[in-house]
Design a protein around this ligand. Structure first.
Ligand code: SAM
Length: 268
């Protein structure tokens, strides 16, 4: 991409790129390079972990975790005794998880099986009694993808199974225009994360740039778009697929962070 006029970039990021003048390369935050940027941002992020450990207590058989990524949730769940099948469509994110597992003790290694696959068409022939889609990753799917994913539940969710799915409670979403946050990269990079909510389209645009790259040409911007989907919308979509929400559990988040809830969905 040349220039920075694309409307999908947060305005404050466009401003930061303003003096750059060279080419801007847009990369997926979960892609080859981006996965390391995501990892650096996620490394100290503990949200949802306690709640999901509690919610999966008593899960006797394997837990199917969609959008497992680099294992931010999978590893603590496995350390708490769960056996996990971690599914993610990004080979780079799964490679990060595999690398982490290679360095852990055998018991933990054997507790997590990783699979590169698209959650919207997932079918490994097993119907699981506990399935997890955490880190508000449902927001990465558009309406058609969500429909496919929920319809697909008949392939992976047992008749008495539960889907634990987190989402942003958009009823209390604040305005993040111009908001940014700095965090260090795994090799000491100075990353700046910009985010902006497009209230009209209900999308949170998130872009990350290495501040030192602003002096280079081209500069890479790592981008993802997180839809703000109200729990009521997901509830209606789940109902279309024959699922009902039996509980909505709040997730503890730091002050100023987006409020998150975990929906517990079962067959209606
Ligand atoms: C926000 S990250 C969450 C990763 C991890 N669970 C965590 O808590 O840090 C979202 C993940 O969803 C994955 N993803 C996006 N679309 C997907 C799809 N259709 N099927 C499977 N994984 C997908 C991305 O590759 C990424 O790893």
């Amino acid at each position: 991409m040349s220039g920075v006029s694309s409307p999908v970039l947060p305005a404050a990021l466009v401003e930061a790129l303003g003096d750059h003048g060279g080419d801007v390369v847009i990369a997926d935050l979960y892609g080859d390079q981006g996965s390391n940027v995501y990892e650096a941002a996620a490394v100290n992020d503990t949200h949802e972990i306690r709640e999901l450990i509690r919610a999966t207590r008593g899960a006797g058989s394997e837990v199917l975790e969609f959008a497992a990524g680099s294992g931010r949730l999978s590893l603590p769940l496995a350390a708490a005794g769960r056996r996990i099948v971690g599914v993610d469509s990004s080979p780079s994110m799964i490679a990060l998880l595999d690398d982490k597992l290679a360095g852990r003790h055998a018991a933990l290694r054997s507790s997590i099986r990783t699979v590169v696959a698209d959650m919207t068409t997932y079918d490994d022939g097993t119907r699981y009694s506990t399935t997890v889609l955490g880190c508000i990753s449902i927001s990465l799917l558009d309406e058609d993808q969500r429909r496919r994913f929920f319809r697909g539940a008949s392939a992976w969710l047992a008749p008495d199974g539960v889907l634990l799915m987190s989402t942003t409670d958009t009823t209390v979403l604040g305005d993040t225009t111009g908001r940014y946050q700095d965090f260090p990269g795994l090799s000491g990079q100075r990353y700046r994360l910009f985010e902006e909510i497009d209230l009209l389209d209900s999308v949170r645009h998130v872009g990350v740039v290495d501040l030192d790259d602003l002096r280079k040409d081209p500069v890479t911007v790592f981008l993802t778009h997180v839809r703000a989907i109200a729990p009521a919308v997901l509830e209606a979509e789940l109902a279309d697929a024959g699922l009902r929400v039996r509980a909505v559990r709040p997730v503890a988040t730091p002050d100023g962070a987006h409020p998150i809830v975990i929906l517990e969905a079962v067959w209606a």
